[in-house]
Design a protein around this ligand. Structure first.
Ligand code: AMP
Length: 176
C-alpha cells in the first residue's frame, strides 16, 4: 500500500476531543467521506487487502462499518451483511452481548444472513477496545461462517483491541 496514500488518509481523520464524553478523542472520518478522492482511497485500501481471498460476504458493523463495508462488497461483487445494535433488525436475529465501559450492550445479525461455511471478512471504521468486533465475530461463528479477517480503517493500538479478536487475523491501515 502506497505510503503517501496512507498519509493522505491520515490527514483526513479529524480528532474531536471530548466527544461523545469528556476524555474521549473521537476519530471523525467524515472529512474522508466528503472528499471523493479520499473516499475512493479509503475503499481501495480495504479492496487491496481483500485481493486473492475467496470471500463470500462482507459483514459491516453499525453504523460506520456500513459506509466502508457496503462499498467494498459492491466492488467485489459479493453480499453485504449488517450487524446492528439491538432492536434495529426486523427479522429473527442472533444476539451477542459485549461489555461497555459501564454495563453491557448487544449486537444482532439476521439468523439467515450467513450460511455455514461461507467465507467472511469483517469491516469497521475503527478498532478501539475490540468489544464490538468480538461480538460481531461471535455472531459470525454462531451462524457457521468462517471469519477470514477483520479489517479496520483505524486502530487505537494503545487499547489492545485486537487481543479480543484472537485467533482472527486483524488488519488496520491507520494506527494511533
Ligand atoms: P470498541 O468496541 O471499543 O472496539 O469500539 C469500536 C466501535 O466504537 C467502532 O464501531 C467505532 O466506530 C466506535 N469508536 C470507539 N472509539 C472511537 C473513537 N475514539 N473515535 C471514533 N469512533 C470510535
Amino acid at each position: 500500500m502506497a505510503a503517501d496514500l496512507i498519509e493522505k488518509l491520515r490527514a483526513g481523520v479529524r480528532d474531536v476531543p471530548d466527544f461523545p464524553k469528556p476524555g474521549i478523542v473521537f476519530k471523525d472520518i467524515t472529512p474522508i467521506l466528503s472528499d471523493g478522492a479520499l473516499f475512493k482511497a479509503s475503499i481501495d485500501v480495504f479492496l487491496e487487502r481483500c485481493r486473492g481471498k475467496k470471500i463470500d460476504k462482507i459483514v459491516g458493523i453499525d453504523a460506520r462499518g456500513f459506509l466502508f463495508g457496503s462499498a467494498v462488497a459492491y466492488e467485489l461483487g459479493v453480499g453485504f451483511v449488517p450487524i446492528r445494535k439491538r432492536g434495529k433488525l426486523p427479522y429473527k436475529t442472533e444476539t451477542a452481548k459485549y461489555s461497555l465501559e459501564y454495563g453491557e450492550a448487544e449486537m444482532e445479525m439476521h439468523v439467515d444472513a450467513i450460511s455455514p461455511g461461507e467465507q467472511i471478512v469483517l469491516v469497521d471504521d475503527l478498532l478501539a477496545t475490540g468489544g464490538t468486533s468480538a461480538a460481531a465475530a461471535m455472531l459470525i461463528a454462531k451462524t457457521g461462517g468462517k471469519l477470514l479477517e477483520a479489517q479496520f480503517l483505524i486502530e487505537l493500538e494503545f487499547l489492545h483491541g485486537r487481543q479480543k479478536l484472537v485467533p482472527t487475523p486483524v488488519v488496520s491501515f491507520l494506527k494511533y
